[in-house]
Design a protein around this ligand. Structure first.
Ligand SMILES: NC(=O)c1ccc[n+]([C@@H]2O[C@H](COP(=O)([O-])OP(=O)(O)OC[C@H]3O[C@@H](n4cnc5c(N)ncnc54)[C@H](OP(=O)(O)O)[C@@H]3O)[C@@H](O)[C@H]2O)c1
Length: 245
């Protein structure tokens, strides 16, 4: 991949970098000259990606983080600041869904876990990063929502509610901090072939999988948003595979 001057040297925290879209995004950002700070719970997967990137002379650090845990998120921000001195952007790809997702069977503890992972973790990251972004006169938050927010959908109520609520987080932060150079972007991907699809109650049909986006497609979109000049704000952007409505 060629170097992208506008992404060059930006420090970007990618939450959810151990797998799927987040892993591809961290890799592409590093390949494009950014300094990626990779976070997720699975340390081994982060270390493996860090090793791969370092072996190619690219800059990336990793910090095992459970984004549901406020203290771990604060440590992640401290690690980024201590090693790299600033954070320009967060890409929050962290997300889960569960097979038992219909409201008739959804265990309350699964609701709590999905809201904690998909939404509250994004809140923790945002609140932990805002002060230093404001002090450096700008910063970007990219939250990965889902095409499941477009209307009635089979993705399950906890998933849909938490993904809808990311928009509320983004809009609220944007309203309160637009004069501080803060930008919040919601990305709304359609079906993407990642390990998350293994958690569906009914396996994805092969013809759907064949037409699905791949994690690198979302990485391209994230790099595009991160690389935009700082006076351009994209509130929301759909990213959908051709052939699946
Ligand atoms: N695949 C799709 O069709 C699709 C479509 C639209 C939107 N999305 C959204 O896209 C995002 C990326 O998902 P994906 O499809 O790439 O799935 P994935 O491969 O399963 O990746 C999910 C990532 O979230 C991380 N994660 C989960 N719980 C976490 C926690 N408590 N703390 C920190 N990290 C955590 C996982 O890492 P660890 O397990 O190591 O913590 C993993 O890196 C998700 O928000 C998902 O909802 C997916």
């Amino acid at each position: 991949m060629s170097s992208d001057v506008s992404v060059q040297s930006q420090v970007v925290i990618v939450a959810g970098a151990s797998s799927g879209m987040g892993r591809s995004t961290a890799r592409l950002l590093a390949e494009s000259g950014a300094k990626a700070v990779m976070a997720a719970r699975r340390q081994e997967d982060l270390t493996q990606l860090q090793g791969e990137l370092e072996a190619r002379g690219l800059e990336a650090i990793s910090c095992p983080t459970d984004t549901r845990d406020r203290e771990q998120v604060e440590r992640l921000v401290r690690v980024a600041m201590d090693h790299l001195g600033r954070v320009d952007a967060l890409v929050y790809t962290t997300g889960i869904n569960r097979p038992q997702r219909a409201i008739s069977v959804l265990p309350p503890e699964t609701w709590d876990d999905m809201v904690a992972t998909n939404l509250t973790g994004a809140f923790h990251c945002t609140q932990a990063l805002l002060p230093q972004m404001i002090s450096q006169a700008g910063g970007l938050f990219v939250y990965i929502s889902s095409g499941a927010v477009r209307g009635p959908h089979s993705a399950g109520v906890a998933y849909m509610a938490s993904k809808h609520a990311l928009k509320g987080l983004a809009d609220g932060v944007q309203f309160e901090h637009h004069r501080d150079g803060i930008r919040c972007t919601i990305l709304v991907p359609g079906l993407t072939d990642t390990p998350m699809l293994n958690d569906r109650p009914i396996p994805t049909a092969p013809e759907q999988l064949a037409a699905a986006l791949c994690p690198d497609d979302i990485a391209l979109t994230c790099r595009f948003v991160v690389g935009l000049p700082k006076h351009i704000w994209i509130p929301e952007n759909g990213v959908r595979p051709v052939g699946i409505l």
